[in-house]
Design a binder for this molecule. Structure first.
Ligand SMILES: Cc1cc2nc3c(=O)[nH]c(=O)nc-3n(C[C@H](O)[C@H](O)[C@H](O)COP(=O)(O)OP(=O)(O)OC[C@H]3O[C@@H](n4cnc5c(N)ncnc54)[C@H](O)[C@@H]3O)c2cc1C
Length: 309
């Protein structure tokens, strides 16, 4: 892992910066590359615009590690309300949720209660529900709650991270139950005891896992196959593999983040791929934004440039 990535991920965990980083005007200017705005309405405008380009959306309200029960309740109420607003807007825009934002650090049953309510509301709105994956210490509980949810609600999926050694087994288990999988490389600072330290190993594991997701077992179980990546070489390899086994979109999808590889999103869509863009909003964006910088430390130049207006 590069030094710059390690430093940026450490900054993302700094409590003082988490509270104060969003107030710095030059950081606020720079973050606009990755999010259309802080409000749900900003997100909705962006989702409507991408819909006109043939690109669906996934949305998330930024926030994590909520320590206050009232705040977790408010987050759940917010999601319930906006799922209805999206239904009224008539666009395809699926929620993606962090369990620690629903109160997982306070009480796992509190988080599960909120999660069930959101899954019921999403089901009523005809929408899929995605569950984000956070640090490796949360993987077991996230998968446990996802499995429980799946007993009641068919249209749920979870994010799995290719940098973790354990993901091969998790994928087999989750996909065989028909739970959707959004495969990503992984955005957190993980020790070498649990995650591949070398990027080339993460990339190789990603492709192997992608091929497993497209194999007969997960498809027969009805597991939705989503590749959350901007890596154009990997996307090319996945598309070639899918073609070689006779699979066509929408049997598999690519999801990217708002503001990253926009030209590729359009090119892929025009070329017949199923593409969605994940659009984030909310006031609590500092740690999330630091993870975006860490993915491409060259992005720090955008921050530096915005420091000078
Ligand atoms: C839809 C979606 C959902 C995600 N959900 C989660 C989650 O729940 N849990 C989790 O741990 N991680 C999540 N991630 C983040 C993911 O783990 C990676 O950190 C991120 O996608 C970067 O990896 P990459 O696959 O794009 O490959 P990389 O090898 O990092 O990047 C490939 C190329 O994409 C471009 N690129 C990538 N990132 C950036 C960036 N920030 N700015 C500018 N260019 C960039 C660059 O050109 C780079 O060379 C999600 C990502 C996506 C797309």
């Amino acid at each position: 892992m590069s030094v710059a990535r390690t430093v940026l991920l450490k900054i993302s965990d700094n409590q003082w910066l988490r509270a104060n980083g969003t107030k710095m005007p030059f950081v606020r200017r720079a973050v606009s590359k990755f999010m259309p705005g802080e409000s749900f309405d900003d997100m909705l405008v962006a989702a409507k615009a991408t819909a006109t380009e043939g690109i669906g959306a996934v949305f998330t309200r930024l926030g994590e590690n909520v320590k206050d029960r009232a705040e977790a309740d408010a987050v759940a109420r917010h999601y319930l309300e906006v799922i209805d607003r999206i239904r009224a807007a008539g666009i395809s825009c699926e929620p993606s949720i962090k369990l620690t934002q629903l109160g997982l650090d306070i009480d796992r049953e509190l988080a599960f209660g909120h999660l069930r309510a959101l899954a019921a509301r999403a089901q009523a709105a005809g929408s899929y529900l995605w569950i984000d994956m956070e640090q490796s210490s949360y993987v077991d509980v996230t998968l446990d709650l996802t499995r429980r949810l799946k007993h009641e609600f068919p249209a749920v999926g979870v994010c799995l991270q290719a940098y973790l050694f354990r993901t091969r087994q998790d994928l087999e288990d989750v996909a065989s139950r028909g739970i959707g999988v959004r495969l990503v490389k992984g955005a957190y600072n993980e020790p070498a005891s649990v995650a591949f330290p070398k990027k080339s190993d993460v990339d190789a594991n990603y492709l192997a896992l992608a091929q497993a997701m497209l194999s007969a077992g997960p498809r027969a179980a009805g597991s939705r196959a989503v590749f959350g990546t901007h890596d154009l070489d990997l996307i090319g390899a996945i598309r070639n593999h899918a073609q070689s086994i006779g699979l066509k979109p929408p049997a598999y999808e690519f999801h990217m983040l708002y503001g990253i590889q926009k030209a590729a999103q359009l090119r892929l869509t025009q070329d017949g791929a199923a593409v969605r863009v994940l659009i984030a909003y909310g006031e609590y964006w500092f740690p999330w934004y630091m993870r975006r910088l860490a993915e491409r430390p060259a992005n720090v130049w955008f921050v530096a440039k915005s420091l000078f207006g």
